[in-house]
Design a protein around this ligand. Structure first.
Ligand SMILES: CC(C)(COP(=O)(O)OP(=O)(O)OC[C@H]1O[C@@H](n2cnc3c(N)ncnc32)[C@H](O)[C@@H]1OP(=O)(O)O)[C@@H](O)C(=O)NCCC(=O)NCCS
Length: 192
């Protein structure tokens, strides 16, 4: 079996380019392991973007001109406990802090046979966008050293997905989770 090509920020430009969604993605143009995520991209993403509900970014493979991954980003706010705030050196009186959420993330199933690290690379891009917003658009998201990328890890559809986010530096939001959730709220400090 040919080893998969590891994708990093450095080599990614040779294989892929990322751009914001600007037209309908036809059915069948993207296929990950979860049908709901395929349908979201082809049926809902453009409308959500036009309505400013969620902005979607596509990763295109240069050689095949096909979509190999996408993510949808939205503004978010998370509650942090006293100890969580201490962890990030946030000595502000409010409990809720602003963040950017990765509302959807999916990688094409077939492309995972050729490359590894595409999902992680998408999170690097999300962090770059979050930092840019933080510095230029929503100054309040930078609370001293903290600025957060969040996700509701979809354990209903993908039981082991926590592992993927943990490997990418996300930690659990203790204030945001209860036992009955189908998703697990997590965060990553974008300046760490
Ligand atoms: C989850 C998903 C985005 C990961 O993308 P990917 O390109 O396979 O991830 P990466 O190659 O960057 O993986 C990084 C690390 O996480 C691990 N990982 C990835 N997906 C995992 C999973 N589902 N369970 C456990 N570990 C996982 C990888 O093994 C890798 O570990 P390593 O660095 O030790 O080799 C992709 O599998 C996907 O699109 N799944 C379907 C949709 C989905 O579940 N989206 C997330 C919803 S919250």
């Amino acid at each position: 079996m040919t080893p998969r090509i590891p994708i990093t920020r450095k080599n990614s430009g040779g294989y892929f380019h990322i751009e914001q969604l600007h037209a309908v993605v036809p059915p069948g143009a993207f296929s990950c392991s979860i049908q709901e995520y395929n349908e979201y991209l082809t049926q809902d993403a453009l409308r959500s973007q036009n309505d400013h509900i969620a902005l979607t970014w596509l990763l295109w493979e240069r050689s095949t001109r096909s979509i190999v991954a996408y993510m949808s980003l939205i503004a978010d706010a998370i509650k942090l406990s006293v100890s969580e705030k201490e962890l990030h050196n946030l000595d502000y009186p409010f409990k809720t802090v602003p963040a950017m959420k990765v509302a959807k993330l999916a990688v094409s199933q077939s492309i995972q046979e050729t490359y590894r690290g595409i999902g992680s690379f998408m999170l690097i891009n999300a962090r770059t966008l979050a930092r840019m917003c933080n510095r230029q658009l929503f100054a309040r998201t930078r609370l001293r050293d903290g600025g957060f990328l969040t996700v509701d890890a979809d354990i209903e559809n993908n039981e082991s997905v926590l592992n993927f986010y943990e490997k990418n530096g996300f930690i659990l939001n203790t204030e945001m989770n209860n036992k009955n959730r189908k998703t697990i709220s997590m965060r990553k400090d974008i300046f760490a």
